[in-house]
Design a protein around this ligand. Structure first.
Ligand SMILES: Cc1cc2nc3c(=O)[nH]c(=O)nc-3n(C[C@H](O)[C@H](O)[C@H](O)COP(=O)(O)OP(=O)(O)OC[C@H]3O[C@@H](n4cnc5c(N)ncnc54)[C@H](O)[C@@H]3O)c2cc1C
Length: 267
């Protein structure tokens, strides 16, 4: 299993800033991130309050950050980290069927978004999945529903079709969704209409930090961290919007750098 000094989950301004600082300290770093289009920054049409770059678009700023990240020698993996566990030596993070190990972990996943659907927790692992790559093969030739909450959801739906699933893609925004079933999922209810399904793939752009790793203290959906980015789990640091308001690029970049210094002290 690949081993790094630091794994960074989230490739927005906070995660990229942390990676650049750790690379400047010659630490080995991997950034695991979903699509750039799912970063809050990408959605900002125009930023006027970031020093030195008046009027820049969020997309242009993020493109420049990624060029800098790539030149720094940090590794980048595109995908959603579904779980992290604390091990004797540090952390293990899973992305699809792959896993990565590190001494320290920086969580920079952006602001918590999204609703939890009715029966989602109850049926998780019993017809509710967050990962088409990991669980798709279990539902070959069966009807499945994809809730498209992130930019690459259509690609994952196509992958499910290729392996023989009978896929219905739903954009859940503005719709009332519930999952039906006692021991396992039997249907997805959309605005009162039931669609028979053996599995529903809930493809969110982010996983709530509390669901990512157990033991992480959260308040109002934000990770509790001190001024050095330290959280309730030793070796795990938080930076950016996932630590709460204000949701601002300059703050995210600054906190990413502080988290990098704190992680460096432990390596
Ligand atoms: C419309 C809009 C306008 C804005 N305007 C301004 C402005 O003018 N000035 C300003 O300073 N700020 C502005 N912001 C806020 C700013 O964009 C955010 O504060 C900033 O992007 C936060 O950076 P971050 O790195 O914490 O999170 P994000 O930029 O949200 O990045 C988080 C990244 O983590 C990834 N991720 C999440 N979960 C996982 C996971 N489990 N595994 C892998 N990857 C994951 C996401 O895909 C995303 O790419 C605006 C935001 C929006 C939406």
């Amino acid at each position: 299993m690949p081993q790094y000094d630091t794994i960074i989950i989230g490739g927005g301004p906070a995660g990229i800033s942390a990676a650049l600082t750790l690379r400047a300290m010659e630490r080995s770093v991997i950034v695991i991130s979903g699509d750039s289009k799912d970063s809050g920054l990408y959605k900002a049409k125009r930023i006027d309050n970031y020093p030195g770059m008046p009027g820049v678009s969020g997309e242009a700023m993020l493109t420049a950050m990624y060029a800098q990240l790539s030149a720094s020698g940090a590794e980048l993996v595109r995908g959603i980290a579904l779980s992290a566990v604390k091990t004797k030596k540090g952390f293990m993070v899973s992305v699809g069927n792959d896993a990565y190990q590190s001494r320290t972990l920086i969580v920079a996943v952006g602001a918590a978004k999204g609703v939890v659907y009715e029966n989602e927790d109850k049926l998780l692992g019993r017809g509710v999945s967050y990962c088409a790559v990991c669980d798709g093969a279990l539902y070959k030739n069966k009807p499945v529903v994809v809730l498209a909450l992130r930019s690459d959801a259509e690609e994952e739906a196509e992958q499910l079709r290729r392996i023989g699933c009978d896929v219905t893609v739903i954009d859940p925004k503005g719709k009332k969704i519930a999952f039906i079933g006692d021991d396992k999922l039997t249907a997805v209810k959309v605005d009162g209409e039931e669609l028979a399904a053996a599995c529903v793939f809930v493809l969110r752009a982010a996983i709530a930090p509390a669901a990512l790793i157990s033991g992480l203290e959260i308040s109002d959906g934000a990770i509790i961290a001190d001024r050095l980015g330290r959280t309730s789990i030793e070796g795990l640091f938080a930076a950016g919007d996932c630590g709460g308001k204000p949701y601002q690029v300059a703050k995210a970049v600054g906190e990413g750098q502080i988290a990098a210094y704190s992680a460096n002290d432990l390596i």
